[in-house]
Design a protein around this ligand. Structure first.
Ligand code: FES
Length: 141
């Protein structure tokens, strides 16, 4: 039911933990299942994400998607990170079972929330970034 890559990222999550004094931190949840994901970014002066960590209190697919999402945004610019969609995360994991697709939305929104926090802290605007929702369940409707 789960791909090998999903199992691998679930069993050995990459970049799990937190960053002290992050450039941006974002937390999103899904009230329906109660899962929560938090993402921390360390962004340099050039707007490149030099480090990223996550904490996820959630299902296996949420852990695997957050792990893969951190891998996909690491070393990228803020703009490139913004372009990482839940679809891209799923493709990188060789897919998710249909009932678990919504878990990958948490990863996409957690990236946006951390970028939003970074933009707020620095008084900048990131083109194309909308204010993230705290409860991803709202977006599914
Ligand atoms: Fe809630 Fe997976 S079941 S994120």
């Amino acid at each position: 039911m789960y791909s090998e890559k999903v199992m691998d990222h679930f069993n050995n999550p990459r970049n799990m933990g937190e960053i002290e004094n992050p450039s941006g931190v974002g937390t999103v949840g899904n009230a329906k299942c109660g899962d929560i994901m938090r993402m921390y970014f360390d962004i340099d002066e050039q707007g490149v994400i030099r480090d990223v960590k996550f904490k996820t209190f959630g299902c296996g697919a949420a852990v695997a998607t957050s792990s893969m999402a951190t891998e996909l945004v690491k070393g990228k610019t803020v703009q490139e990170a913004l372009a990482v969609t839940n679809k891209a995360v799923m493709e990188a994991l060789d897919g998710l079972p249909p009932v678990k697709v919504h878990c990958s939305l948490l990863a996409e929104e957690a990236i946006h929330a951390a970028l939003w926090d970074y933009a707020q802290k620095n008084g900048i605007e990131i083109a194309g970034l909308e204010k993230p929702v705290e409860d991803i369940g709202e977006k599914e409707k």
